[in-house]
Design a protein around this ligand. Structure first.
Ligand code: CA
Length: 233
């Protein structure tokens, strides 16, 4: 069972600017999170492979291995929550961060309260995902999900999904035939209150369509203009 007590949560701060790293560590300490700092990308990656963390704050520009690369490699073996911390603002970099499997991202300079809210949201979401279905499998047309194993298949072929893509697909499938607004999806899947950035939802819907609808030539995810999205039988 996942604990939501901050005091039990161990956070790795991967940040090569020492002043920022220390600032984050002090702020996290005020919230009763335990944290450690790594300033080198390669060393951070090695450490993530060896130690269990509850969450990783990952800067993008790092010596030896950049944040997107670390995230991609970590995702091959672990679902540990990752928040990308990036100085860049272009949509391309955001998408790259999310596509490499990050759960969320935040752009520098950010308000510490916003980062803390996003961390809480991830832990809340994690706790609530553990209450999701007892059903061993969920089926829609040729799509089958095994929520306990985080696996999805289309026509018996496995689909490679990032954790966030999986969460989104699962949410849509659990609510099939119900039209879900972008705001509601943001709230339920990303766990934060509506912040106006519903583009994130559209980006992830595109990812899912590319991996499901476009691959099998069959429509699963429907857009309801001006409202949101729905998965239909
Ligand atoms: Ca940096």
């Amino acid at each position: 069972m996942v604990s939501i007590e901050p005091g039990n949560k161990k956070i790795l701060i991967v940040e090569d600017e020492w002043k920022i790293a220390r600032f984050l560590q002090i702020e996290l300490g005020h919230e009763n999170y335990q944290s450690t700092i790594e300033v080198n990308g390669q060393r951070a990656f090695d450490r993530i492979m060896q130690e269990a963390f509850d969450l990783i704050l990952l800067d993008i520009m790092l010596p030896e291995m950049d944040g997107a690369e670390i995230c991609k490699r970590v995702r091959e073996v672990s679902n540990v929550p990752i928040i990308m911390v990036t100085a860049r603002q272009s949509v391309e970099d955001r998408v790259r961060g999310l596509d490499s499997g990050a759960d969320d991202y935040i752009v520098k300079p950010f308000a510490i309260q916003e980062l803390l809210a996003r961390i809480r949201a991830i832990f809340r979401k994690q706790a609530s995902l553990h209450q999701v279905p007892d059903e061993k499998e969920l089926r829609i047309k040729n799509l089958t999900l095994y929520p306990e194993r985080f696996e999805a298949f289309i026509n018996s072929q496995p689909i490679a999904l990032t954790k966030k893509e999986y969460d989104l697909l699962l949410f849509l499938v659990l609510n099939k035939q119900i039209v879900l607004s972008r705001e509601r999806i943001l709230q339920e899947v990303w766990g934060y209150d509506y912040t106006g950035d519903t583009n994130t939802v559209d980006v992830f819907i595109r990812f899912l369509r590319a991996k499901i609808d476009e691959v099998c030539g069959e429509k699963y995810i429907y857009t309801v203009r001006g409202v949101g999205y729905v998965v239909k039988d």
